[in-house]
Write a protein that binds this ligand. Sequence first.
Ligand code: HEM
Length: 348
Amino acid sequence: MVGERVPIDAQRVDAPLSRFAVFLVVTVEDGDEALQRVRDVVPAVDDLLKTVGFRDLGADLSCVVGIGARLWDRLSPGARPAELHEFETIVGAVHTAPATPGDLLFHIRAERVDLCFEFERLLLGSLGDAVRVVDETQGFRYFDARDLLGFVDGTANPIGAELPSATLIGDEDPAFAGGSYVVVQKYLHDLGAWGRLGTHEQEAVIGRTKADNVELDDAPGPQFAHKTLATIVDADGEEFDILRDNMPFGRPGRDEFGTYFIGYTRRLWVLELMLRRMFVGEPVGYHDRILDVSTAVTGTTFFAPSNPTLRALAQPTPAAAETAPDAPEPAEAADGSLGIGALRTPPS
Ligand code: HEM
């Protein structure tokens, strides 16, 4: 990639749509030792990105780290992003969106599957027995960005200036500005049932044509298409977008076909409302028919801090240091610096 400077930086929520992705969800073991290991490894994720990503800059390796509410409170007690809380199970009349455990999400993307693999291998090696893997899903781009239902997926994503304003927290929560809420759900499809619907019916379920991806007019109701149920507009007509980077995954030999849903948002309530409209229905009772052939098997919410905020988690917050049993008195440098050497002193 001539002229492109090292495109390696952690927490690039807006990293380009990649050919491959790994969605890795882990829980962190109890106890100070495991927490310290997380503090040592996770804030330094951009160093690991350089280690692996520099070997092929054109492959555009990136990783976004998401932190669940429970772990956030262990790492940074007393200072939680305004909307962060655990995923709440949504029970509709027919379908349920289950809540499943997860303290850390690693959304690893690259143009080469070996870079994703290598990054994940080294990462898990460093985390060691401080974490337990809950789910590891390897996604791939399928033709022209289609999901395994055969539809082009991701078209209505925000672009340009709309992208940061839809995904990154701003002045409304200044301590966490530049961060993003992330929700993941792993869906398994019944492709046999989907195939029996026929193309015309499938298009009505999604709200776009299958071959050429053209948006269809809304049905008069009460049964709305997926794209309509997932559109959130407030009383003043303002539309609230999220950024999706869904990926297909599967193992035909095991009859496993799925979509890994991942959504980044500045406003968690927007994504939660989309889910409610899909599972409970809008109007109530008219759920998203995508769910009749797609079963959500996981559901977890995370906060992806900006890279500076992520790096700051390497140091316990003052509140954490005070509450830690037998915590040594913090050594305060006379100059008010962190007292960890001139190399780390910020430029004045
Ligand atoms: C089985 C899982 C899912 C599949 C296969 C799927 C597939 C699709 C497809 C094919 C489209 C139309 C093209 C596009 O604009 O991307 C779409 C649109 C969309 N989906 Fe999904 N989706 C899934 C789950 C979800 C979930 C869980 C959410 C949010 C909670 C969501 C939010 C959206 C949004 C916001 C749009 C764009 C609506 C618009 O403004 O036109 N999707 N999805």
